[in-house]
Structure formats: structure tokens, C-alpha cells
Design a protein around this ligand. Structure first.
Ligand SMILES: *Cc1c(COP(=O)(O)O)cnc(C)c1O
Length: 421
């Protein structure tokens, strides 16, 4: 469920007419709904209400400070994967003891930054990383909580580029080696072995891979406890999928996911952490774009939009489907036409949809890409020197530009001309 609905024949974000924003701020732009963000966060929070837990929003999905502040005010923790994300979480007012740090390549600088600014736990992905965390924490006379990310060798049955839980993926430590690595971790100065971490992939549409992974985590918890480790937290990652197409079978709901967690690991008495990103932000955002031209080709018509692959890369990168809807509600029963929907960038990959049935559209009409809130704006770039796509946040009948479109002058001012030119 989201808060992007037609009202009086016009698409609204909560109580804000999308067309008004396009007229005032220009296109393309991302538009988020506060109520949808909060709704999704609360669904997870409630799904885990049977025990102690923290929902750590995976902020790589959408990391604008206004989005982070919205969630932080609800009590959300954050899952960060870089020093930049750590800085954003802190700037949004998230206390260090609600920030977990994930990622396979944390640098010494990033680890030091988190130790000094405060951190709930590092999710450690390798033995060399463990050694660096130990060295830097011990040098500061600290004992930092860690969870080791185990790779359970489970097939997440999702797109290969976002599957992370098979043994051939770069993530985590093979679960078969976990006991040895935990024993080593416990012997290191500066390290407080606290939990187990697992994250098997993104856009999962079935609970079964989660269940297989979490059962392995439960077994490992018991083994590690038998060996004397105090395992008090389980970080079960993110990955729950969202319905990208309206007519698809809906993926499992957070309530069912929470019940599965209770069933598989609830008896262990651990504090549960989860790291959802896509399910919190995905359906809380749309990308609004204007038709520049309708070009009639041979056997197909092209809708050429002012949004491009640099603004929303998911179709080019993951062959992802986004529902694309006109901002002006089509008349009931209107006959559709098939369009190839493309952007202006000079690559054939700049194609959002092929032979997509749409109500007839003309130059100047507005369209919205639904489910674009996660892995949308954060993956955008200025390729083709197209200004970074702006972001707007709706809240009831209010809205605010939460990242402005840069002017050409601002874009050019980031370059420096060497003195020899
Ligand atoms: C990407 C990622 C997440 C979030 O995944 P979603 O599919 O967006 O829920 C959580 N944890 C880790 C370690 C990740 O890399």
C-alpha cells in the first residue's frame, strides 16, 4: 500500500497534486511520501514486537537526510555501508548505538570514524577486516561489539546481481568455517563477540530462502554458545521484496516475515536486528517525468522522456520492471497503445520499457514511474552532464524540495582547471 493515488483525475502524493510540483519545480524529479515511509517502517517494527529488536534501515536504498530524519524520529536504527553513509546517519541525528556498519571493504579510515563517532556493532565480513577492527579498537582502549557475517550458501532465487548468500558470492564467511573464526575473534583484543549476521540478497519474493538461512543461524547460535560465546544479537539482514508490477503475485508481508523470524530464531532469546531497505523506501517514491517527444517508428512508437538511465538505472542494470502511469488519470476504458519508453541518453540501454501498453500520450504529458523510491535517486549520476535529479518529500498537504536540482554553474564549478591550461 502506498499514498500515490488518483484524486479528481490527477495523481497525488498524499494530498499534493503531482502536476503542480512538476509545474513549479520542473521535471524529472523523485517524489517521496512520508506516510508511506512511516507505514512500512512501522510494519516491520510491529512484526518484531514479540521480542527485543531494532529495525536498522538499510540507507543505501534512499539516503536523503530528510528521509533518514523521518525514520530516525520513529526510533529506526541505520545500516550503513560507507563512511559517507555513516556521516549521513549521524547528521540525521541517529545515535551511534543505533548504527550498524556492514560491507566487505571497510577502510581503516571508515572503521576509525565509526569507533570515534560511536557504533552499535560492526558486521564483519572477513578475517583481515577483523584484524584491523581489533587493532584500531584496542589502540583506543575500546571493546567494540561485532557480529560476523556468515554466508549460509542459500539460493535467494533473485536477480544474480543482488544475490549475496551463495558460496560463490564475495559476502561473509562460509558458515562451515564460522566456529573457527568466532574462536579467533574471541581471542582478539578490542573485540566483543556479540552476534551473528546474515544477509542473503535483495528483492526476495519467497520466504523459503530466509527460512533456510535463519535455521542455519539458529543452529550456529547454539553451537557457538556451547563453545562459550555470548551470542546476544542476531542481525538477519534485509532483502524482503516489493511488488513492482501491480498484477504480480504479491511478495510476503512483513508480518509473515516477522512470524517466520519468531518461529526460526525466537526461542534463542536474542535481540533481533533486521536491515530492510527496499521495502521501506521502494513504494514510498515515484519518479516523475515529462514526455519530450512521441516518435513514430516502424512498427513501434517511442515515448521519449526527459528522465533517463542516469536518473533511474534499475531497468538498464537489472532488467527491472517499473509500472509507468500517466499523471493525469486515463479515462475509463480508454484504448491503450504500445510504446517503447526511452530516455534521451545516447545508449540503447537507456530504455525503460518495451512495447508497454499505455493510454495515448502526447508531448508535454507527465508520467510517473512507480516503486522508484529505493535504489533510484541514490544510484543516479550526471552522465551526459544531465543535472542530478532532484528529490521532493510530501507530507500531508505540504511538500519540500529535499535536494535541489543543481544549476549548470554549480555542476561546472565542481571541476578544477589545472594551472597549465
Ligand atoms: C543491501 C543490503 C540490505 C538491504 O537490502 P534490501 O533488499 O533493500 O532490503 C541490508 N543489508 C545489507 C548488508 C545489504 O547489503
Amino acid at each position: 500500500m502506498d499514498h500515490f493515488l488518483y484524486r479528481d483525475g490527477q495523481l497525488h502524493a498524499e494530498d499534493v497534486p503531482v502536476a503542480d510540483l512538476a509545474a513549479t519545480h520542473g521535471t524529472p524529479f523523485y517524489l517521496y511520501s512520508t506516510a508511506t515511509l512511516l507505514r512500512h517502517y512501522r510494519l516491520f517494527d510491529e512484526a518484531l514486537s514479540w521480542g527485543p529488536h531494532l529495525v536498522c534501515y538499510a540507507m543505501k536504498a534512499a539516503s536523503n537526510l530528510a528521509i533518514l530524519k523521518t525514520l530516525a524520529a520513529e526510533g529506526a536504527g541505520m545500516d550503513v555501508v560507507s563512511g559517507g553513509e555513516y556521516a549521513r546517519a549521524k547528521a540525521a541525528g541517529v545515535p551511534g548505538d543505533r548504527i550498524v556498519f556492514s560491507g566487505v571493504g571497510k577502510t581503516r579510515e571508515e572503521i576509525a570514524q565509526a569507533l570515534e563517532g560511536g557504533i552499535r556493532q560492526f558486521n564483519v565480513e572477513s578475517e583481515p577486516e577483523l584484524a584491523v577492527i581489533s587493532e584500531l579498537a584496542a589502540a583506543r582502549n575500546m571493546e567494540v561489539p561485532i557480529a560476523i557475517r556468515v554466508n549460509p550458501d542459500v539460493d535467494a532465487k533473485t536477480h544474480a546481481k543482488i544475490a549475496t548468500g551463495k558460496s560463490e558470492n564475495k559476502f561473509g564467511i562460509p558458515i562451515a568455517r564460522a566456529r573457527e573464526v568466532y574462536a579467533h575473534a574471541a581471542s582478539l583484543p578490542g573485540i566483543k563477540v556479540t552476534g551473528i549476521d546474515v544477509h542473503i540478497g535483495s528483492q526476495l519474493t519467497d520466504l523459503e530462502p530466509f527460512e533456510m538461512a535463519y535455521r542455519k543461524v539458529a543452529d550456529l547460535t547454539e553451537q557457538l554458545r556451547a563453545e562459550g560465546h555470548e551470542i546476544t544479537r542476531l542481525d538477519l539482514g534485509g532483502g524482503l521484496g516489493i511488488p513492482y508490477a501491480r498484477d504480480n503475485n504479491a511478495p510476503p508481508l512483513p508480518t509473515d516475515y516477522g512470524a517466520l523470524i519468531q518461529r526460526t530464531v525466537g526461542h534463542l532469546g536474542c535481540e533481533i536486528e533486521i536491515e530492510p531497505g527496499r521495502l521501506i523506501a521502494g513504494n514510498a517514491g515515484i519518479l516523475v517525468s515529462r514526455v519530450i517527444y512521441v516518435k513514430e517508428g516502424e512498427g513501434r512508437d517511442f515515448l521519449i522522456l526527459d528522465a533517463a538511465m542516469n536518473d533511474l538505472i534499475r531497468p538498464a542494470m537489472y532488467d527491472a520492471w517499473h509500472d509507468i502511469v500517466p499523471v493525469k488519470q486515463p479515462a475509463p476504458g480508454v484504448e491503450t497503445r504500445n510504446y517503447d519508453i526511452v530516455g534521451p541518453v545516447c545508449e540503447s540501454g537507456d530504455t525503460f520499457a518495451k512495447a508497454r501498453p499505455m493510454p495515448p500520450l502526447k508531448a508535454g504529458d507527465l508520467v510517473a514511474f512507480r516503486s522508484a523510491g529505493a535504489y533510484g535517486a541514490v544510484m543516479s549520476s550526471e552522465y551526459n552532464s544531465r543535472p542530478l535529479v532532484p528529490e521532493i518529500l510530501a507530507h500531508g498537504d505540504q511538500h519540500a524540495v529535499i535536494r535541489a536540482r543543481p544549476s549548470f554553474e554549480e555542476m561546472l564549478s565542481r571541476d578544477n582547471i589545472p594551472e597549465w591550461l
